[in-house]
Design a protein around this ligand. Structure first.
Ligand code: SAM
Length: 280
């Protein structure tokens, strides 16, 4: 089943948490001269037109990137994402928002390599058209979970894997954990980031428990809930599970998470967590 289209949600609070975290990971990778590899198991279309009919349907970006775009003083990590957004919107009008491939592409150098998986028959060609240069980015219409097995370890020996499935099928909760175990076995020094939605405490906690049960060390958790997680239906928040995070990420998060929680809050119950699922 492939009914999910990310354009309906582009630029919402969950994208903000995910893309700020990713931008911080990339900033860390480019501190070293040696090339790195990026695997995006669920890449989407790469960038999103916020004036499109789909993005306008629920205007989720209004309570996400729009709120940050108009802020003047923001933490440095937030500035990292805003820099990319401004680069895409040179006239000051917020019209485009980056997807995960564009966030990483902003930081990568010619020597780095992106491998982007997207299965949707309509979304794959859009992503492929955005990255025509095969030498830098390989865009494939393949199952991203299978790519974790096929592409790791990368020849570059340094790398970052993002797993960002839609969770429209419940099995995605199992697939991310299984793929993390498989990927980590092949590439234990790699950085892995798994995004998950908070659609209620129980489901999110079950996922976090399964990740803990893998016994993989050095896993940081960042979770941002913009409203009470139990009161209404729908996505109250989201989280990022990061294996082998940059050593500065926890410290950075102590600055940007309270800021996001305040700026993106939709009710008084907005909250955040910065915890280690397992220490180093
Ligand atoms: N990572 C993107 C970003 O941050 O901009 C958003 C990705 S969206 C949440 C999930 C995407 O995964 C959708 O575009 C969907 O078509 C695609 N998809 C679903 N199952 C997939 C699979 N098994 N392999 C690859 N892509 C898949």
């Amino acid at each position: 089943m492939l009914s999910y289209r990310h354009i309906y949600h582009a630029g919402n609070h969950a994208d903000i948490l995910k893309h700020i975290t990713m931008s911080q990971i990339c900033r860390h990778f480019i501190k070293k001269d040696s090339p790195f590899f990026y695997l995006d198991t669920h890449a989407g279309i790469g960038q999103y037109e916020l004036n499109s009919e789909q993005a306008q349907k629920n205007k989720e970006y209004h309570s996400g990137i729009s709120r940050l775009f108009s802020e003047s003083a923001v933490p440095e990590a937030v500035e990292g994402l805003l820099e990319i957004v401004r680069d895409m919107n040179p006239t000051d009008q917020l019209e485009y928002y980056p997807g995960s491939p564009k966030v990483v592409d902003y930081y990568t150098r010619q020597k780095d390599k992106l491998h982007l998986c997207e299965l949707h028959p309509n979304d794959y060609p859009l992503l492929a058209a955005l990255f025509p240069q095969k030498r830098k980015a390989n865009v494939v219409k393949e199952n991203g979970f299978a790519a974790v097995k096929a592409m790791l370890p990368p020849p570059q020996k340094r790398g970052f894997v993002l797993m960002d499935p839609p969770y429209e099928v419940k099995k995605d909760y199992q697939f991310v954990v299984k793929s993390l175990e498989e990927g980590y076995k092949r590439f234990p020094q790699g950085t892995f980031a798994i995004w998950y939605p908070v659609l209620g405490r129980q489901q999110a906690d079950h996922l976090l428990k399964s990740v803990k049960a893998t016994n993989i060390r050095n896993i940081l958790l960042l979770e941002l809930n913009v409203r009470d997680t139990e009161k209404e239906r729908g996505m109250a928040g989201s989280g990022m599970i990061i294996v082998n995070p940059p050593w500065t990420l926890e410290q950075d998060a102590r600055e940007f998470m309270p800021f996001l929680s305040k700026t993106l809050a939709e009710d008084q119950e907005a909250n955040y967590q910065i915890t280690w699922i397992t220490p180093e």
